[in-house]
Every structure is written in C-alpha cells, then in structure tokens.
Design a protein around this ligand. Structure first.
Ligand code: EZ4
Ligand code: CO
Length: 406
C-alpha cells in the first residue's frame, strides 16, 4: 500500500481550521487536524514544504515508523508547530488504518472501556449572577461537569468571558485584527473567585462537577492560596494554575492544597509533563491529539500517566477542529485512565464543513461506529471560507501595563 497524495486544506468558517488529507493507491483517504490557533500558517508551511514530500510513496500502514521518521528524522525535535504537523499525519494514518480494517478507531486502540465520554461545558458570565445562571442552564441540559468563568469586578476583559452575553463560543474569534488586550489584577481576581464558587456550588447542588481555568495567571504560592480557599467547594479541578515551563514549581501548589490540578493544553510532548506526572504534581493531563503528536504520542503520555493515577482531560475548545474532536472521542472511549473531555460546541457553520458521526446527549458524548475516526471534510464548502489572520489575546497588568500570562 502506498501514499499517493497529501494536501492541506485551510478554511475559516468562523475560525481557522487546518486539515491534512492523505490519499492512497487503494482509494482509501484519511484526514487529520493540524490547527494551531493564532499560528495556523506556520503548520501549513511545515506540512507542505517539509513533511508532505517525505510521505509520497510510503506505506501508510507503518504509522509508528512514519511517526519516528518525522520526529527523529527532522533532527529538530518537539515544539508546537512540528508536533501539530506530526499529529495531523498520525491522525490521518490512524483514520486510514481503521477504514482499511473496517472498524471504528477505538476498536483498533483496544476496544471500548466505557459506555460514553463525560464532557464538561463552559459556563461564562460577566458577573457572579450571570455565571450562576449559565451553570444552571448547563445543568438543565444534562451536563455532569461544568467549567465556570466569570468577569472580575474592576477588570475590563477577562479570560473566558466575551463582552456580550451568549456569545461565549466566539471569545477568541478569527476577525483579522491584531491581538486584543485584556487587563489583569491578581488581587482583584483572588478577592472575587472564592465567593463566585461558593455561590455556584450553593445554586447547583452537591452532585455537579465544577471546574475552573486559571489560565496561567497566578504564581505557585498564589495558586496554593486559591486552591485552599476553594477546598470547601470540592472542585473537580483547578486548571493551569501557573505556567508550567518549570514543572517543579507545582510542588509549591501541592504543599498547600488538595484541590485537584489539571495541566497540559499547550504541551506538545511527553517531556513537557514527565516531571509533573512522575512526581504526582497533577491529577489530570490535558494534552490533545492535535497538539501532542497525534494518537500515537497521546497514547504514550496516557500510559505514563496511568502509572501515577493521573487521568486524561483533553483540551477541547472550538479552536481544535471537529476532526480532532472525532479522534479524541475514540481515544477517550478506549483510554483506561480517562477523566473527562472538554466540550465547547462548534457553530453550525463550522460543523457543516466537517460531516461527523459523533453526538452529544445529556452531558455525554459518543463517537460513532463508522470505520475510521468518523469525521470528514466537505472541501467544496471549505473553499467558501478563506483563511483570515487571527491572534489570541494578550494580557497586561492593570496598574502598569506589564505584559502578563494570557
Ligand atoms: O485558551 O483554546 O481550557 N481551555 C482553554 C482555551 C484556550 C484556547 C487557546 O487556543 O484554555 O480556551
Ligand atoms: Co484552558
């Protein structure tokens, strides 16, 4: 069997998505997500200029060898651009292998470990009252796990909260503009957040899992303080409490709180989380199919994590395409140490470009039974949505404009 063609499809049905399609001499094709939010075209170039020429004529069944070839063979290892490109190839190859076997992808990975995939939804509000309403709305829709983010009194723009009510899925849009600027005050945030969650827990009752994304804003000791303050609320997790380049820093959070910690949506390899996992400094690992080297590498990370009772909690915001979601749901259906899957619904426009067989029902998601990962791309429709330059926001300290972590 041989790879005969591969091409990159870029489209922007509300936000940018980069998709790799691989064709074979047997007529079977596969697709993989290669979207790196805000830096999309660098992955397009990496694939078109450097990876695709190496794929021509290769046997698409040799997934592991192709993975090693692209990882070790580049000499320049890791990094989000490289690993997203490798992920796209890997995902497309698993799609092809599963189609050749006439099986849904989860069967190839080892079969079903659970009836469905628990997902968490996003409840975002401009203040505590609006956030509580959003949490309750999600509970009514059947969500078993809900992430709550709220505006902070005295701050103009805060992560996770769009300016207008109800537009939560577009809080990081592809709008052709330069990065928007948010402001930040750790003092104001720490004053507001424990009361927010007290109100949310009071309203939602004891059973719903509550999550919160700190989005790298705190120092380790401040994160310890927040985690300790949130203990009475019994959080499912506190996400990205501090930047994780220095993995050992998480010891200081651990020394001060038993609130569980989730990290890893921006990680791209097992080396980014090796210390965090081996020293049991986290409870959930958030690496994804698209940014951490595909199914092949994500499985390696999950296996390491399982030795230390760390469970998976894959990132699943709307900047990860439906192709990534499809692959992730097959992974989640199999992976023994599954925790939760993030789910931020794509718009109808986005979904129309990516025909898929996964579905959401009462807080759970289910991958389909069709061969492969179950997601396709409508190339004609995709062509109607040309690329638009996009950036993630930046964040500055309110009192003096110092650039902070977004
Ligand atoms: O900021 O997907 O947990 N989810 C998140 C996301 C990320 C974006 C970045 O591309 O933190 O909203
Ligand atoms: Co996050």
């Amino acid at each position: 069997m041989k790879i005969t063609a591969a091409r990159v499809i870029v489209c922007s049905p509300g936000r940018n998505f980069v998709t790799l399609k691989i064709e074979t001499d047997q007529g079977v094709t596969g697709i993989g997500d290669a979207t790196l939010n805000g830096r999309e075209l660098s992955v397009v170039s990496y694939l078109e200029d450097h990876v695709i020429p190496c794929l021509m004529g290769r046997d698409p069944q040799q997934i592991e060898d192709i993975w090693q070839y692209l990882y070790k063979g580049a000499y320049w290892r890791r990094g989000p651009v490289t690993m997203s490109a490798i992920a796209a190839v890997d995902t497309a190859l698993w799609d092809i292998k599963a189609k050749m076997a006439n099986m849904p992808l989860y069967q190839l990975l080892g079969g079903r470990s659970r009836t469905g995939v628990m997902v968490y939804g996003h409840a975002n509000g401009r203040d505590t009252a609006e956030t509580v309403d959003e949490v309750l709305r999600h509970k009514e829709e059947g969500y078993l796990a809900i992430r709550a983010q709220s505006g902070v009194p005295g701050l103009n723009k805060v992560y996770g909260v769009s300016g207008h009510h109800g537009a939560s899925r577009m809080y990081e849009p592809a709008d052709g503009n330069l990065p928007s600027e948010h402001d930040w005050s750790t003092e104001k945030y720490l004053r507001h957040t424990p009361g927010l969650f007290e109100a949310v827990r009071e309203a939602v009752g004891p059973d719903v899992h509550l999550l919160h994304d700190v989005h790298h804003r705190l120092t380790p000791i401040e994160a310890g303080q927040l985690g300790k303050a949130l203990e009475p609320v019994r959080m499912f997790w506190m996400e990205d409490p501090t930047p994780a380049e220095n993995q050992d820093a998480f010891q200081w959070i651990r020394h001060h709180t038993t609130t569980p910690i989730a990290v890893g949506e921006i990680f791209n390899s097992i080396w980014d989380c090796k210390t965090l996992i081996e020293k049991q400094l986290i409870d959930y690992i958030r690496t994804t199919v698209v940014h951490a080297g595909g199914i092949t590498h994500l499985r390696r990370i999950a296996d390491l994590a399982s030795l230390y009772q760390v469970r998976t909690g894959c990132h699943g915001a709307t900047d990860l395409s439906p192709v990534c979601m499809g692959a992730a749901l097959h992974f989640d259906t199999w992976v023994p140490n599954f925790g939760v899957q993030e789910f931020m619904p794509h718009s109808e426009e986005m979904l129309s470009v990516f025909p898929h067989d996964y579905r959401f029902e009462r807080g759970m998601m289910y991958c389909g039974e069709s061969p492969g990962h179950g997601v396709d791309i409508d190339e004609k429709l995709a062509a109607k949505y040309p690329y638009q330059r996009a950036y993630l926001p930046v964040n500055r300290l309110q009192h003096d404009g110092t650039l902070w972590n977004w």
